[in-house]
Design a protein around this ligand. Structure first.
Ligand SMILES: [Cu+2]
Length: 271
């Protein structure tokens, strides 16, 4: 009994413990950190879920009703009714109307996500078996991002979600993500931003997000890509504009894509 009480409490009080990563006994979505995710959650919680619950309850009621009302013991001679025009029109029309009611806001959200605003930062994510590689095409930065093994985890680093080199982006800026893969299909997914796109070899998909809160956000590869599919997490650190500029300066040296000339190196280092 005590165990159930703990589970119950965990479900209802765990919301604020870890804002940006999955939590134990989680039922709903992760907390939204972008406008698009807020719209997705709103659509799901306030429209989709009530309709689904209403349909399920209604069907359950009908099943219980017919089981009792038309049970064999009370109806020794079964009815021969096969058609009822009114009922048939209703059970065709009502589901159609429900679908239209769902489709309109759903497509609205979908198309809004599909239109990429002018990007402030562009990041290219490349899926490999089994880690992610990142490039900042405008900044001459390239690096690989491997999961940290459980034994090497530091405090506050969630298991199976932390990586050695995180993607760093500025807060409240449009980040365009170009997604591709080098070997097999992967998918770049970050629940808090409402972002999920397939990484297809030989093709570049794109998506975007605008993170509204500073923090660390965790995602995972979401396309079954082989034996270590579960071990190629995605970590995005959203930082202030100033911190981002500082990170860029260091990263341009540490993760330089092309070899930098000595005087250029000095120029960068002196910044
Ligand atoms: Cu993968």
């Amino acid at each position: 009994m005590k165990k159930f009480l703990y589970i119950f409490l965990a479900i209802f009080y765990s919301t604020n413990v870890f804002a940006n990563q999955p939590k134990e006994w989680q039922l709903g979505f992760q907390n939204a950190a972008s406008q698009s995710m807020r719209e997705i959650v709103n659509f799901h919680d306030n429209l989709l879920l009530p309709i689904i619950i209403a349909i399920s309850v209604f069907v359950l009621f009908l099943m219980i009703y017919v089981s009792i009302r038309f049970r064999a013991s009370k109806n020794p001679i079964p009815s021969k009714t096969t058609h009822n025009v009114t009922v048939e029109i209703l059970w065709t029309l009502i589901p159609c109307l429900i679908l239209i009611v769902l489709a309109v806001p759903s497509f609205k959200i979908l198309y809004k996500q599909d239109t990429i605003p002018k990007a402030d930062v562009t990041v290219k994510a490349i899926g490999y078996q089994w880690y992610w590689g990142y490039e900042y095409p405008d900044e001459n930065i390239i690096f690989d991002s491997y999961m940290i093994e459980t034994k090497d985890l530091k405090e506050n680093q969630p298991r199976l979600l932390s990586v050695d080199n995180e993607v760093v982006v500025p807060v409240n800026k449009v980040v365009k993500v170009l997604i591709t893969a080098n070997d097999v299909l992967h998918a770049w997914a970050l629940p808090s931003f409402g972002v999920k796109r397939d990484a297809v070899p030989g093709r570049i998909n794109e998506t975007w997000f605008k993170a509204e809160k500073v923090g660390t956000y965790y995602g995972q590869c979401s396309e079954l890509c082989g034996i270590k599919h579960a071990f190629m997490p995605i970590t995005v650190r959203v930082v202030s504009e100033a911190d981002y500029t500082e990170w860029l300066t260091g990263a341009k040296i540490k993760f330089a894509k092309e070899i930098i000339e000595e005087d250029q190196f000095k120029k960068l280092a002196s910044k």
